[in-house]
Write a protein that binds this ligand. Structure first.
Ligand code: ADP
Length: 437
């Protein structure tokens, strides 16, 4: 492997290019016409325009990306997150074109991408899943009978689901048939598949996820867990590592169960298993992400493992070490989102001891209106949670991003909330909190 095409944009493209450079790998950036002045193009050795602004015509355009790889003689593709990163068909096409897809096997991507199948696979691998219906169903009567067995409230989900579509909380039997019809219709429209299943609705869960690395020889490291409970409309806003809410034995269990599951499915590369933590002891599988995640830096800081570099090293056949050290210190990440597009007229990013910023912003850059709102990640690292919260407050406070509107003030308010500081939160907390955004 000599040349890696980075099939992404923004901060993650920059992150991947940096890792490639450290490993003396050449890089090819791809970009849409809306991204002609983007930072990832400037940092890569070569760049190829793959189409116009709409993602279907550029960053999701498999043919254009594979052609770009061929033209530049790239021998590997790193998909980053989002876009084609969890597309089994694309991984398969890379392989057929003789390119190394930096990620797990296409079949594993497909398996984990199908919710009901992933749930069954995890159950068979000894991972606790949320109590729910045994089989999928397509009619309300079967669903209602299953819901009565589980006990209300229940969460109705679409087997092919994603992005919250076809998902409904149902509080009682009287609402069932109406809610079922709505959810199934939504699933049918979004995924062309009306298969549904049920889970027990968990009232106040926390979101805990485990980062793993697996090499080509069956060695798996559960690198560490993250707490991503602070979410707005199911989007993560603040992430923490380690998850301080976990009892030591629960942490040990969740790490062990993750490693065991990855081994069972012959996973290769970096991946994350997401869980809902119902109380201090009970956690349940939610989904597996077969890619690098946005919040990977907090695990890098607490584990001293460069996850993106390891993705590349695993792809060339390097062996993972026999074990990873337990997490040290504490790391917090804030996602900086833009509410408007436009030119960055002034920029001061924070720095100093224990601060890391992952971004593709620069002074004078024109933030295009076409893509993800996330424009930067500010990560603080230190001894313990309270120290790091203070470090983050100082970092956000000195940050200046002029010319566009951002959520910096919102994040500062959030960090000052007593319930956040004392962890009296659950995944619904932020949606119920009224802060000025
Ligand atoms: P999608 O893949 O469509 O985004 P998920 O299954 O990941 O759907 O669920 C989205 C969110 O809904 C989760 O992050 C969690 O916050 C919440 N959720 C999912 N299942 C349950 C459940 N059984 N009980 C309570 N909340 C749930």
């Amino acid at each position: 492997m000599k040349k890696v095409l980075v099939a992404n944009r923004g901060e993650i493209a920059v992150r991947i290019i940096r890792a490639c450079r450290e490993l003396n790998l050449e890089t090819v950036a791809v970009y849409s016409t809306a991204d002609a002045t983007a930072l990832h193009i400037k940092l890569a050795d070569q760049a190829v325009c793959i189409g116009p602004a709409p993602v279907l015509k550029s960053y999701l355009n498999q043919t254009a990306i594979l052609t770009a790889a061929k033209l530049t003689h790239a021998d590997a593709i790193h998909p980053g997150y989002g876009f084609l990163s969890e597309n089994g068909e694309f991984a398969r096409k890379c392989q057929q074109a003789g390119l190394t897809f930096i990620g797990p096997a296409a079949d594993v991507i497909d398996l984990m991408g199908e919710k009901a199948a992933a749930r069954k696979t995890m159950l068979a691998a000894g991972v606790p899943v949320i109590p729910g219906s045994q089989a999928e169903f397509t009619d309300a009567a079967t669903g209602l009978a299953a819901a009565k067995k589980i006990g209300f409230p229940v969460m109705l989900k679409a087997s092919a689901g994603g992005g919250g579509k076809g998902m409904r909380i149902i509080k009682n039997a009287a609402d069932f048939s109406r809610e079922f019809a709505l959810a199934q219709n939504e699933a049918q429209n979004a995924f062309g598949n009306g298969q549904m299943y049920l889970e027990k609705y968990l009232a106040h869960p926390r979101h805990i996820e485990v980062q793993l690395l697996a090499d080509q020889y069956g060695r798996v490291l559960a690198v560490g867990e993250r707490d991503c409970t602070i979410q707005q409309h199911h989007q993560k806003v603040i992430e923490e590592a380690p998850a301080v809410c976990l009892l030591p034995q629960t942490r040990q269990q969740i790490l062990q169960v993750t490693a065991q599951a990855a081994e069972k499915i012959h996973y290769v590369g970096a991946g994350t298993i997401e869980f809902l933590l119902a109380d201090s002891e009970h956690f349940y599988f939610m989904e597996m992400n077969t890619r690098i995640q946005v919040e990977h830096p907090i695990t890098e800081l607490t584990s001293q493992i460069d996850l993106v570099k390891w993705q590349l090293k695993i792809a060339v056949g390097e062996h993972l070490p026999a074990s990873s050290k337990p997490a040290t210190g504490f790391a917090l990440e804030c996602r900086i989102n833009a509410f408007s597009a436009g030119k960055i007229t002034g920029l001061h990013l924070p720095g100093g001891y224990g601060i890391r910023v992952d971004t593709a912003l620069y002074q004078g850059y024109l933030v295009p209106p076409n893509y993800d709102a996330m424009i930067a990640k500010i990560i603080a690292y230190g001894e313990d949670r309270l120290e790091v919260i203070q470090r983050m407050q100082a970092a956000l406070d000195e940050t200046v991003i002029s010319g566009i509107q951002t959520n910096l003030d919102f994040l500062l308010q959030l960090l000052r909330e007593p319930d956040f500081q004392t962890e009296k939160t659950d995944i619904n907390w932020l949606d119920q909190l009224s802060l000025k955004n």
